[in-house]
Design a binder for this molecule. Sequence first.
Ligand code: MTE
Length: 318
Amino acid sequence: MLIKTAKPLPASEITDPLFFYNRRRMLKGMLATAALASGVAPVAALAAEPRWQGLPAGALSDKTLTPTPAALVKNYTNYYEFTLNKEDATQLAQALPTDPWSLEIAGEVEKPGVYPLEDLLKRQTMEERIYRFRCVEGWAMVVPWVGFPLGNLLKTVQPLSTARFVSFTTILRPEVMPGQRTKSLLDWPYVEALRIDEAMHPLTILAVGMYGDVLPKQNGAPLRLVVPWKYGFKSIKAIIKIELLRNAPVTTWNLSAPNEYGFYANVNPTVQHPRWSQSSERLLGDKLFTPRRATEMYNGYGEQVAALYSGMDLRRFY
Ligand code: MTE
């Protein structure tokens, strides 16, 4: 079962006027429905697009994966705007005001603008996507995200044919984000980007929730990107701007260490990080002496995404 939110409810059906004014409440309703939705319907909808016709039903979310315990995912985060410590962002990130929130959509689109987040979310169908997630540092987890394909949002603003890249920017709030008060580590705001075909790929989602609940602030509330076949640093948190571009933009990690963090950042066990091996990974929650497991090419999503990179030298475009 899917909730269709394309049309706003007529006033007569609004039983609780708060519904439209309280994003958390609105999301809770949408998330509950998404949890019940099967993974099959969205795939069927996408089959209309010839490009993705080869995807088997259910290819977008593997319901057989066992999610990592929620407490681990919520208490072991990377959020450099707050801290370098993976345990402390849980508490520090609570200082970020996330409601109200607006998303600016700019650049090569028919309908640029600054949109209240609620207005954008009301037009989206929420889905649960259980994805593997792999950090470039070598740890991995399985997360049941709740969100919607980025491509569905982009279609509503009508990208121009000149749009070849999509960039994402995290909010700049140095007064509550202590990491942003110095540029010694990274250049703020945090910026990430995708090629337009990567952005339109149905596996690429914008998440607003996880584990059937609203996204915790430390995990990137109110809106974050999730690109499951790429290293986690591409999955940028607390997005306030999406810009469609003719040329590839400068991205934060690539700028800070171009030889370590490439633009593509596809999970690849055969291309090593200069300071450590990428051929194996540690699953969050594994016991200390559990052997590391082998890293999968494209984090296990090769069947769906390898065609995006056919003919490319992945050692050069890492
Ligand atoms: N987005 C912002 N704005 N700031 C960050 O520090 N860290 C990235 C990515 N997105 C980061 C970010 C990195 S390195 C990873 S591995 C993932 O978020 C971690 O997501 P999680 O903390 O929800 O597990």
